[in-house]
Ligand binder design. Structure first.
Ligand code: ATP
Length: 265
């Protein structure tokens, strides 16, 4: 077996600066076939910048990215056919209804009508989206726009699904359904990269977690590996604690909590 075929994404020593900010600083990671990889980090850690470089929306200052063996900028069109992307802010066509959007996607991607209809019916029902199927996207709530964006990204069965904070704004039931959709996607051989700043979400869903802070990867591993590492760092450390410690937020959080308690008492 050629192991290289199993690598869906490889980022090697990528960096990106904006004026004086090192948004991404010498970051390397890879995602294998069938894997859910979570980029976990606090606000401003560089997650969105990393994702934009992977999509070819931003050019790295340094380093190399290979997505499904393709170059993000040079092979932009082929890549668009083979990946699905859910942005942090819903960017989808607001002057269309979900029905019009999905018809449009099915037609430009030349998808099998029967398969799409079947899949759509399941997704729409699972995500409680049937009732606004024919309402303008601009009139939908943030969470409902997000659901439509997720369905739109997965309809063509992409090999790699990239989601920036996909669960932010979704209600509990939808979170469960989206998790199931992502797991089914990987069972069929697809891979997933998603970003989150919520430890619980990463812990729940990811095969591999890469913890990012100030543009750098400070830890990477399975949940169990990170848990083992947490045990070596101190007693009673759960993953939330290790995340805060590795991202240098533990002392400041404790200080804030102490101050809050003092001012409330
Ligand atoms: P969040 O969890 O809040 O979405 P993030 O991990 O996705 O954060 P990025 O959006 O990648 O973080 O931002 C990383 C750093 O780069 C931040 O300091 C941000 O202010 C800066 N940055 C991002 N885009 C730009 C830009 N276009 N111009 C200037 N600075 C930028």
């Amino acid at each position: 077996m050629n192991l290289m075929n199993d690598i869906m994404l490889k980022a090697e020593n990528i960096s990106k600066s904006f004026e004086n900010v090192h948004a991404v600083n010498d970051l390397s990671f890879e995602i294998k076939k069938g894997e859910i990889y979570g980029l976990l980090g606090p606000n401003g850690a560089g997650k969105t910048t990393t994702i934009k470089m992977i999509l070819g929306l931003l050019e790295p200052d340094q380093g190399e990215i290979s997505v499904l063996g393709l170059h993000p900028e040079r092979d932009e069109i082929e890549l668009k056919n083979r990946i699905g992307y859910v942005s942090e802010e819903p960017l989808i066509y607001k002057s269309l209804t979900p029905k019009e959007l999905f018809n449009f996607i099915a037609s430009i991607r030349k998808l099998d009508g029967e398969k799409v209809t079947k899949k759509l019916a399941e997704y729409l029902e699972g995500l409680n989206a049937v009732e606004y199927y024919e309402r303008l996207i601009s009139t939908l709530s943030r969470g409902n726009k997000q659901k439509i964006q997720i369905i739109a990204a997965i309809l063509h069965d992409p090999q790699l699904l990239i989601l920036d904070e996909p669960l932010a704004g979704l209600d509990a039931k939808s979170v469960k359904v989206v998790k199931e959709i992502l797991e089914l996607h990987t069972q069929r051989g697809g891979s997933v990269l998603f970003s989150t700043h919520i430890m619980e979400v990463a812990e729940d869903l990811c095969d591999v977690i890469g913890i990012v802070n100030q543009g750098k990867l400070v830890a990477v591993g399975t949940v169990d590996e990170l848990r083992e590492r947490a045990n070596t760092l101190g007693e009673d450390m759960d993953l939330e604690d290790i995340f805060l410690k590795l991202t240098d937020q533990d002392e400041s959080v404790n200080l804030i909590i102490e101050k809050l308690r003092a001012s409330i008492n």
